[in-house]
Write a protein that binds this ligand. Structure first.
Ligand SMILES: Cc1cc2nc3c(=O)[nH]c(=O)nc-3n(C[C@H](O)[C@H](O)[C@H](O)COP(=O)(O)OP(=O)(O)OC[C@H]3O[C@@H](n4cnc5c(N)ncnc54)[C@H](O)[C@@H]3O)c2cc1C
Length: 600
């Protein structure tokens, strides 16, 4: 396994050259502190921490895993020390409010750090990652007192957070949730029930764990309209805000699972634990959406992280491994065989991974910029537009980036041949660790229903139009740029087709609601490939401008244009398979009766 190198050049290309972050930070109120020098220093220091501290713990963390006993959970060797260094470096506070001890830097900058942390060691990164979601929920819905007590400790990193939704009988369908919250006379609640699969639910990294828990009040309506949100700390804060009495929440066991072994996945038993309501009663799910949107984008980043790891590993191996000769004649005649990178099929795999890594990075940073605008812009119209775009992009970022991330992780393993299947190279761990990203934070199927059903069809296509308008403007602006036409023409065609397909699905859905479910995942994947086509065309535009103006980095920018070309010629045609599947309708899925499937 080659040593992990944070992809700083590509991070800067997307942020500085394609999405123009320096101007965004200079003009957006609240982002002034993110000067180019400050951003550079953070990227450099963050990269060093990820490369030198976190990456070396990735393989050992997988092999050792977390250990549970009745006393608690022990994380793999080195995790605790790395977390201490992370806290001492002030990293948890980077993108949070100064009133509670944060550094007040933009959320979009925090996301770059999360990407690098995730690439170096996803399992470790989940511990602070879940805290971010908890902080965002408290920031949006907590009372001032709750913020003073909990936000300050989460921001400093002394405490960590969790997200407790799932129960044994309820995962995607939170309306089935049973966990109870009975009121106490002092305004607090007694929380009872069992939550399963709780990431970072118990560990030895921090002094306290703040669980954000969904539960039902006694008189709550059935279904999703009767769910409330609570803070349930492991240790109840005393008068000084320090961990005091032990609360009645215990980790009953941890799961033995396919990957992310360094992260504890816990069964959490709440036995009349003391909890405090966040936000209005019965509006817990609305409040949780704040948490979930950040978490969804964060999980999308997991797809990107495993893609980058696959790329770095596959490229290094393919240049080094000698097998057979090139079909068009020896390329390394002085060696017993050619390096496998000469073979077209190896290039197919590496180029696929590369086009996903760089395309998805652009998608993620685009979404991150929208997060800043939606939160900070003084212009109500700009905020509203950013929110609409973000709500459209979020399910795509979550599900598409993880689906193709898993494909990339698999291809990374394939480039290594049989050695990819052997643990020491890290590629099989990358596949195992990646797999969960398609499941948690809402499966691909659930994200797809959210995109097509809730976002696109329920707005009569308005959510889609928000994005296709951006693409349309881009195509118009570049209609005369000759050397960009190989990208602009197919992009403009696709942009129109996207709307046409949506209209057809909408019409079909008016006759039969199953048409939505039948089309949803293909629609989401089609949308993901279409989004990446836009970002690749934009990256090609920047690269061509640099090349035409003359640059010392000719090979860097030439590679961008060539990767864009590969993407348009070899990956984008996948949209046509998805289109055919979407338009084939629901009958071919639904006409087979349950007892006709074949097995007794
Ligand atoms: C390692 C790990 C860590 C996790 N961390 C957390 C955590 O920190 N906090 C937390 O609360 N949860 C966590 N989860 C739980 C995770 O979010 C759920 O597993 C996930 O939401 C799916 O729920 P489920 O497993 O009950 O599957 P189900 O909801 O039972 O789904 C089964 C299948 O049915 C499909 N399906 C369900 N409903 C529909 C529908 N209407 N239309 C189409 N298809 C549908 C799903 O897509 C899926 O393919 C974690 C899970 C794991 C494995």
């Amino acid at each position: 396994m080659p040593e992990f190198k944070a992809p700083l050049r590509d991070i800067r290309f997307v942020r500085d050259e394609v999405l123009n972050y320096p101007e965004h930070y200079a003009t957006m109120p609240g982002c002034e502190d993110a000067t180019p020098d400050m951003v550079n220093a953070i990227l450099e220091e963050g990269a060093k921490f990820c490369e030198q501290v976190l990456a070396p713990l990735n393989l050992t963390g997988d092999e050792e895993g977390c250990k549970w006993s009745t006393k608690g959970v022990t994380t793999p060797s080195g995790f605790k020390e790395a977390y201490k260094q992370y806290v001492e470096g002030g990293w948890p506070s980077l993108a949070h409010e100064p009133e509670y001890g944060g550094q007040g830097l933009p959320e979009s900058l925090g996301l770059v750090l999360s990407e690098m942390v995730g690439e170096a060691n996803w399992s470790w990164g989940m511990y602070p990652g879940l805290s971010h979601g908890a902080m965002n929920t408290l920031s949006a819905h907590g009372t001032e007192e709750q913020k003073q007590v909990y936000m300050t400790k989460l921001i400093s990193g002394e405490w960590t957070g969790t997200m407790c939704l799932t129960e044994p009988h309820c995962g995607s369908d939170l309306g089935l949730l049973r966990c109870k919250a009975d009121p106490n006379s002092d305004g607090s609640y007694r929380i009872s029930g069992t939550k399963i699969f709780i990431s970072a639910g118990e560990h030895d990294l921090a002094d306290n764990i703040v669980h954000i828990v969904l539960a039902r009040l006694p008189d709550a309506p059935a279904g999703t309209k009767g769910i409330s949100l609570f803070i349930v700390p492991k240790w109840l804060p005393n008068g000084q805000g320090e961990p005091g009495e032990r609360n009645a929440v215990q980790c009953g066991s941890i799961e033995h699972k396919m990957g992310i072994h360094g992260n504890s996945t816990c069964v959490m038993n709440f036995d009349e634990a003391t909890g405090y309501l966040i936000g209005p009663a019965n509006k817990g799910l609305n409040c949780m959406f704040t948490f979930m949107n950040t978490a969804r984008l964060g999980t999308g980043l997991q797809g990107l992280a495993h893609t980058e790891v696959a790329f770095q590993g596959a490229l290094a191996y393919a240049k080094d491994r000698l097998q057979m000769r090139s079909l068009s004649g020896p390329k390394a005649p002085d060696k017993p065989a050619d390096p496998i990178i000469v073979h077209p099929d190896i290039r197919r795999m590496i180029m696929t991974i590369k086009s996903f890594a760089e395309g998805n990075r652009a998608l993620a940073y685009y979404a991150a910029k929208l997060v800043d605008v939606a939160k900070l812009s003084p212009d109500a119209e700009a905020r509203n537009e950013a929110e609409q775009l973000l709500s459209f992009i979020t399910p795509i970022a979550k599900a598409f980036m993880t689906e193709v991330g898993f494909e990339a992780a698999n291809l990374g393993l394939q480039v290594y041949g049989g050695h990819g299947y052997i643990r020491e190279w890290g590629m099989e761990q990358n596949v195992r660790d990646c797999r969960i990203a398609l499941l948690y934070e809402g499966t691909t199927g659930i994200q797809a229903l959210d995109l097509l059903g809730r976002k696109v069809l329920m707005t009569q296509g308005e959510a889609l139009k928000c994005f296709t308008k951006v693409v349309h403007k881009f195509c118009q602006a570049n209609v005369d740029v000759e050397d960009l036409q190989e990208f602009i023409e197919p992009l403009a065609e696709l942009n129109k087709e996207w709307g046409d397909i949506t209209l057809k699905v909408g019409m079909a859905a008016m006759q039969n609601r199953d048409e939505v479910g039948a089309a949803a995942v293909d629609y989401l994947m089609y949308s993901g490939y279409a989004c990446l086509a836009y970002f690749w065309a934009d990256m090609a535009r920047v690269a061509l401008e640099k090349l035409n103006a003359g640059t010392t980095e000719e090979s860097y920018y030439t590679a961008k244009v060539k990767t864009a070309r590969f993407y348009f010629k070899r990956i984008l045609p996948r949209t046509q398979t998805h289109k055919a599947a979407i338009l084939s309708g629901a009958d071919n899925l639904m006409e087979i009766a349950e007892d006709e499937f074949g097995v007794e």
